[in-house]
Write a protein of this length. Structure first.
Length: 110
């Protein structure tokens, strides 16, 4: 798991994806909509993609993509990210990882 550890080091948000995966596209769009600029690795287009996919499986990423790391911590796949979004917990994770500087939720006055 050293390869993944090196790939996520010092990056607030990393998404492992496949270029043809529409679910990965949706998760990348969702995270970007908060103002984050995730580092995206398309594992079907990188030379060590097979090794990365093996390591993602070892981490428990099933299916292997999308696999999201926030603050160098493996968060999970699409289901987990969508759950965090619905529970309004995703902005807090992004803020704590310094992936975004202000949450749009904090700008809303009710």
């Amino acid at each position: 798991m050293d390869v993944i550890k090196d790939m996520v080091a010092d990056k607030p948000v990393v998404i492992f994806s496949k270029s043809s995966c529409c679910v990965s596209f949706s998760i990348k769009s969702l995270i970007s909509s908060f103002g984050a600029n995730p580092t995206v690795y398309e594992i079907d287009q990188i030379s060590n993609g097979t090794q990365v996919e093996r390591e993602l499986l070892q981490l428990g990423s099933q299916p292997t993509v999308p696999a999201v790391f926030i603050g160098q911590k493996f968060i999970g796949g699409a289901h987990k990210i969508m759950s965090l979004h619905v529970q309004n917990e995703l902005p807090t994770l992004l803020l704590n990882a310094r992936a975004i500087w202000i949450s749009l939720l904090s700008l809303c006055w009710f």
